[in-house]
Ligand binder design. Structure first.
Ligand code: 26V
Length: 824
């Protein structure tokens, strides 16, 4: 009977207005006479939140009732971006809201802009987790995400005099999308010691005693699916001192300050996202974060399982846990600890449950990113877990020894414990041993995992434990939301928006590739998206861009392996070529705008130097009257999900130019092509599969292949290394001070000239520049270019994260969807 109070669908704009205004007046206690855009955003968000919450409650009830196998996605990062636009589109009521807002005197774009990005991630890995949540809900899978509720997300980037400056991202001031569950808490233990004793049956038992306790508090975020009532839960844990606001004992004995300090220390655990991406530093606080989050999540998962009254042997047929990289690997010894120390299971029975429950996704083969923790630190922080890890290792090594008795070296190579000084726990090895499946994120990457870092494990387990699931992206955010006009054009040809749920339907637009009206609108959309970007650049930097120029975009974290340096050296090369041209020659040049964006890890000096060089080169080129519109170089400050949403639809060409074999997949490559941009790229990550799908005539590939990288590197060090001639001229300009104080950039140049050019910038430079010339030629032929663009989009269906999630569900998780409940 009380369902009649449920918020209804907004049948008309007035319904939305009534709810939004009511929230401004009652939830915010503000008068509509004094309602600014921030307040109107809040009213709008709360009006939609009411709808989401009802679906969310029903979904959770339905999933409990269905009692099917659930998937838990453990990720230290969820790079969600903004929620309002996505929520409006997913419940298919954005048009009604836009009309309502307009009636109240507001523009939809301005209201959406008020929201702070939820930036709880570094880059690809965190954004992938967010796309997966969207697909899991859209496909009606009973799924939960588990993460940390950082008070500070990834830092905000400011560019001051060409240098990156980091500013804290305090994002929780007003966040209508989270629900604090002060009643859902878990006590998490750290430090202490292990007691060992014999029980009444003479069995040896262990228990973890002493140390300190920190409280984990649940904060829940609704995750709506597109065009379904399924609304899943993302549970983020915040840390609090266990004794509440004050430790009264300390307080009463006059230790007021130290009791507040204890509390602050506890809250530090979930205070900040580590801003490193692909560099492991072994900080104690990071290990504390990992255990805090794993232990809270597992306690929650186990509690939910126990409520069903099922036997332990059913755990792994009711529960799948996916480890997003090695960051949650401690969940493996933690579940083993719960089962043997607390629930009283035998080791073997417990281990078989653990091993059947977990699966591990690897996201990088770069050695410097592979997590290792010193045995000493583990012993100190998690003494019982270290014992369990040693026992897991012992049993594993005994198995290996039995199976390969003649291979003594193998034991040392596959041991979880690296016999270095200090000894280290190799988390990837623990993740492999404790999981039933291990996957890479693109075909080439999955092959490299099997032939390099986990080669010996393929020998031990056989190849079937290792598989590939090529990454994907959600077409809801990355086409429909980011590029509504393109989405509408496609829908007009396909007779509706079904393609947003089955992206393979896109192939039907290939039949319209010669339709003149369609092509005209296609081109007009790209131009309009470029004009929008040009306005942003003008407003934020004062630089005027010609929207008819070729827009070339490289946006991603700044890293040597991603080779933004190759791109900026290419810009200098292009600049020198223009400077050497006659007026006649200049007339034939295709005007180009090269746009960079991305953050450098705060301690990564080389990456910061690349940002500095880009900005200095931009200053010189953009102000050179001899160049004019022929070349502009722009660095977009503070690249994030919301900026990606207007950058991605505005590219003619985007750059995915990592040294072959280093970029596990890449996902922005998929986003750009889905929006009608072409790409220049190396034979790396998902670029290879994109080429297979769209055809090699529709992509600009260049550079050395992954299989040749090792030998080239070897030759740099031990053979004859010849710096590429054009690149040498670029370096001359830098060293002559053309872009300011040359000493500022010497590390960058020296890495290539003196230190072995590990990322093969010089080897690939020629091929890169030639391919850029090819792109210019191709762009001159508007017809040909448009055909490539349309054909590519038509063939991108494979890269939906829905396909990707269905593969995980079938091959790794063995889970089925739950029929959504009917809504109004
Ligand atoms: C590693 C570390 C190391 C310790 C410090 C903090 C930290 C934070 C994140 C990472 C993850 C590095 C791996 C990663 O982000 N891989 C990216 O995953 C994307 C999704 O699969 C993929 O598209 C990118 O190619 C890959 O670089």
């Amino acid at each position: 009977a009380w369902t009649k109070f449920a918020p209804q669908r907004f049948a008309k704009a007035e319904d939305f207005q009534r709810d939004a205004v009511r929230h401004v007046e009652t939830s915010l206690a503000r008068s509509m006479y004094n309602c600014d855009e921030a307040a109107m955003y809040a009213g709008t968000a709360l009006a939609f939140r009411d709808r989401l919450v009802m679906d969310w409650n029903k979904t959770q009830q339905a999933h409990t009732f269905a009692d099917q196998k659930r998937i838990y996605y453990l990720s230290l990062e969820f790079l969600m971006g903004r929620a309002l636009d996505n929520a409006m589109l997913n419940v298919q009521q954005k048009d009604v809201a836009a009309e309502g807002l307009s009636g109240l005197g507001f523009r939809m774009e301005d209201i959406i802009e008020q929201e702070h990005d939820a930036a709880l991630g570094n880059g690809g890995l965190g954004r992938l987790a967010a796309c997966f949540l969207d697909s899991l809900a859209t496909l009606n899978y009973p799924a939960w995400g588990y993460g940390l509720r950082y008070r500070y997300g990834i830092f905000k980037q400011e560019i001051v005099d060409g240098y990156q400056v980091e500013v804290p991202d305090y994002w929780l001031d007003f966040n209508p999308w989270e629900f604090a569950r002060h009643d859902v808490t878990v006590d998490i233990q750290f430090y202490g010691h292990v007691d060992k004793w014999q029980d009444e049956n003479g069995k040896t038992k262990c228990s973890w005693e002493g140390g300190e306790i920190v409280k984990a508090v649940a904060f829940d975020v609704p995750v709506p699916g597109y065009g379904t009532s399924t609304t899943n839960n993302l549970r983020l844990w915040g840390s609090k001192a266990a004794s509440g606001e004050f430790d009264f004992q300390k307080f009463n004995s006059g230790e007021y300050e130290s009791s507040v300090a204890d509390q602050q220390r506890a809250e530090t655990i979930s205070a900040v996202l580590y801003p490193n991406d692909n560099l492991e530093r072994g900080k104690e606080l990071r290990l504390k974060q990992q255990y805090f989050w794993c232990a809270a999540s597992l306690s929650d998962i186990v509690r939910r399982f126990k409520k069903t009254g099922r036997a332990w042997k059913e755990f792994s047929s009711q529960t799948a846990i996916q480890l997003n990289d090695t960051h949650p690997t401690l969940a493996i010894p933690e579940l083993q600890r719960i089962l043997i120390d607390i629930e009283g299971l035998e080791w073997d029975e417990a281990w078989s449950i653990v091993h059947q429950t977990f699966a591990y996704t690897n996201h990088t083969v770069l050695p410097e990113a592979l997590e290792k923790w010193s045995v000493g630190l583990m012993q100190h922080l998690l003494p019982r877990h270290l014992q369990i890890i040693y026992e897991i290792n012992l049993q594993f090594l005994q198995y290996v020894e039995r199976t390969f008795p003649k291979d003594r070296d193998l034991l040392g190579r596959v041991s979880i414990i690296e016999e270095s000084n200090p000894k280290m726990v190799r988390m990837a090895f623990l993740a492999v041993i404790g999981s039933h499946k291990v996957n890479g994120v693109a075909e080439l990457h999955s092959d490299l995992v099997k032939t390099t870092i986990l080669k010996d494990f393929v020998k031990v387990y056989g190849p079937d434990k290792f598989t590939n699931v090529t990454n994907g992206i959600t077409p809801r955010r990355w086409l429909h939301q980011a590029n509504p006009r393109l989405s509408a054009l496609i829908a007009s040809k396909l007779g509706g928006y079904d393609f947003l749920k089955d992206l393979t339907l896109l192939n039907k637009i290939e039949a319209h590739v010669d339709d003149a009206e369609f092509r005209k609108e296609w081109q007009a959309i790209k131009l309009a998206n470029k004009e929008r970007l040009a306005r942003h650049v003008h407003e934020t930097t004062g630089i005027t861009l010609n929207p008819k120029a070729l827009f070339d975009i490289q946006v991603k974290r700044i890293h040597e392996y991603k080779r933004q340096q190759l791109n900026i050296f290419g810009c200098i090369h292009r600049y020198l070529a223009i400077k050497a041209m006659s007026a006649e020659e200049k007339k034939k040049v295709v005007p180009r705008v090269t746009i960079f964006g991305g953050k450098a890890a705060p301690g990564y000096w080389m990456a910061k130097t690349v940002i500095h060089l880009i900005n200095k080169v931009g200053d010189v080129i953009n102000n050179d009257p001899e160049v004019g519109d022929l070349l502009k170089v722009v660095f977009i400050e503070d690249y994030n999900v919301s900026k990606a949403e207007f950058l991605v639809p505005a590219s003619d060409i985007s750059e995915h130019i990592s040294t072959a074999g280093t970029e596990a997949s890449g996902t922005s490559n998929m986003k750009f092509v889905l929006n009608g941009g072409l790409i220049i790229g190396t034979c790396d990550g998902a670029n290879i599969e994109i080429t297979r799908e769209i055809g090699e005539n529709n992509i600009f590939l260049f550079g050395n292949l992954s299989e040749d990288v090792e030998e080239l590197r070897h030759n740099h060090v031990f053979g004859t290394y010849q710096l590429n001639e054009s690149l040498a001229k670029v370096f001359d300009q830098i060293q002559n001070g053309k872009f300011g104080d040359a000493s500022q950039f010497s590390a960058l140049v020296n890495a290539i000239v003196d230190h072995g050019d590990f990322y093969l910038v010089s080897d690939d430079f020629e091929s890169y520049c030639q391919t850029q010339d090819l792109i210019d030629e191709s762009y001159k032929n508007v017809d040909e270019w448009t055909t490539k663009s349309i054909t590519s989009v038509a063939r991108m269906g494979f890269f939906s994260s829905d396909r990707c999630i269905d593969e995980y569900a079938e091959v790794i998780w063995n889970i089925e969807p739950v029929a959504p409940t009917k809504t109004d």
